[in-house]
Design a protein around this ligand. Sequence first.
Ligand SMILES: NC(=O)C1=CN([C@@H]2O[C@H](COP(=O)(O)OP(=O)(O)OC[C@H]3O[C@@H](n4cnc5c(N)ncnc54)[C@H](OP(=O)(O)O)[C@@H]3O)[C@@H](O)[C@H]2O)C=CC1
Ligand SMILES: CC(=O)N[C@@H](CCC(=O)OP(=O)(O)O)C(=O)O
Length: 345
Amino acid sequence: MKVGIIGATGYGGVELYRILSSHPNVDECILYSSSEMDVPYISSFPHLAHLSDHILKDINVEDIKNNVSVLFLATPPGVSKNLSPQFIESDVKIIDLSGDLRLKNSEEYEKWYKRPCVEEDVLEKAIYGLSELNKEQIKDARLLANPGCFPTATLLGLAPVVQKGIMNENSIIVDAKTGVSGAGRNASQAFHFPEVNDNMRIYKVNEHQHIPEIEQMLRVLNEKVSYISFQSHLIPMTRGIMATIYGSLEDSYTTEQLLTVYKEFYKDSPFVRIRRENEFPATKEVYGSNFCDIGLKVDERTGRVTIVSVIDNLMKGAAGQAVQNFNIMCGFNETTGLQAAPIYP
Ligand SMILES: NC(=O)C1=CN([C@@H]2O[C@H](COP(=O)(O)OP(=O)(O)OC[C@H]3O[C@@H](n4cnc5c(N)ncnc54)[C@H](OP(=O)(O)O)[C@@H]3O)[C@@H](O)[C@H]2O)C=CC1
Ligand SMILES: CC(=O)N[C@@H](CCC(=O)OP(=O)(O)O)C(=O)O
């Protein structure tokens, strides 16, 4: 199968290429760029110097339709809005890593992303692709909205207790931390080494664009969910997200009982690993892998539970989950190309 990547010079795109270049069902990966046409790819990415060199190609829709079966969009918000509609009537399946197709309500998109939303008829065709929760819909998807990094960690951490009504739906607080690669490859002052190193900063307070995405999916799991509190923090590491989640329990549960609920909920999910009692995941334990690791502990004094969910933002939070969805959409084993263990230390 031939696949294409638009945005191949960005962090999400180069991670996609790293995985897809050794995927057994991918014969060729065609790399497109809007700014670096006719440039040898591996001169920018020497860590991939063992692979055959590619010349980045101009984005030509007709050329893509004639040469590619699945097209990955690893592009900033707003790009998919213009590109995806051009493939709707074609045989090309689209997997979009940006937020353009995730929110079902276009007014919500315009409010949180502060830019025009894609047309309604295109939005209706998009399938939200949180692999573990939406597998049946993903199988038939032709236009797939790959989830955001914070929503992936948060939703996998919350899904069992929210779907089963174990957690009070309106008590949810998410305290999330991310590494700097989450901001993409284009440097700006806020992500400059002296600003980030030895530092920790909260950002987009009460305004993060992932809040409506998380609430939208939580309401699919349990219609009683209204709003969540969510805050994001930038910390001095390259990759990784930790979402520490708090919520009140509707009844008295022990940690052991909740761990049993989680193990049962994710028993057919090869990328979700539930930790044992009193063991909590750290971001390094999923580094470079497609795993989401979850630990939790009930506080019997307050009647609340603390859930810790970690992912690699560029893998399960972006390119890894995009390939997992590609596998599900194409009928391949979900784990194909993604079996590598995390890198440690
Ligand atoms: N980084 C992360 O952890 C995550 C990112 N995402 C989302 O994935 C997408 C890609 O993110 P990331 O790789 O980090 O971003 P980067 O900024 O690293 O890369 C984006 C790439 O998009 C390409 N691009 C820019 N403008 C255009 C355009 N007008 N038309 C076509 N291509 C364009 C650029 O490549 P070129 O100039 O060569 O065309 C650029 O390399 C974003 O929407 C991001 O929000 C989602 C989850 C996690
Ligand atoms: C560190 C940093 O800035 N991270 C980004 C990650 C979001 C992202 O990648 O964007 P979409 O998922 O919305 O496409 C942020 O918090 O906005």
